[in-house]
Write a protein that binds this ligand. Structure first.
Ligand code: THU
Length: 131
């Protein structure tokens, strides 16, 4: 199947190979697409202090933003599950902050695909407007 997110998903799949997952064994890859067509990738990085673990999505988003990117159009997430894996709540909150207009492209290794807007994944978000 050919679609506009093929390359992005392929890059997420490649990043997944670097997942540091000694505790869960669950590898996730992510890739962020900017308006200029740049791609930033990430994988999940776990820690013996479990709460210090960072999801693949946040690694990729933080890489992009730390390189000066402000226009993020899509975030792909790939994992080896039966169904496409949805981002966790913390990642959704980070997406609302850093990539509120982005599409989230979720896929599994068999190519099963689900696409949602960030706003659909976290309705009624807390944001800077409340501060
Ligand atoms: N994880 C991600 O990287 N992204 C997700 O969307 C779901 C969960 C990671 C965190 C942890 O390393 C492992 O998957 C199991 O929760």
């Amino acid at each position: 199947m050919r679609h506009e997110f093929m390359d992005l998903l392929e890059r997420a799949k490649m990043a997944r190979e670097h997942a540091y997952i000694p505790y869960s064994g669950f590898a996730v890859g992510a890739a962020v697409l900017t308006g200029q067509g740049e791609i930033y990738t990430g994988c999940n990085i776990e820690n013996a202090s479990y709460g210090a673990t960072c999801c693949a999505e946040r690694v990729a988003l933080f890489k992009a933003v730390s390189q000066g990117e402000q226009d993020i159009r899509a975030i792909a997430v790939v994992a080896g599950a039966k169904q496409p894996v949805p981002p966790c709540g913390i990642c959704r909150q980070v997406m609302v902050e850093l990539a509120p207009q982005a599409l989230v492209v979720m896929a599994n290794l068999e190519g099963k695909l689900e696409i949602r807007e960030v706003g659909q994944l976290l309705p009624g978000p807390f944001g800077g407007g409340f501060l």
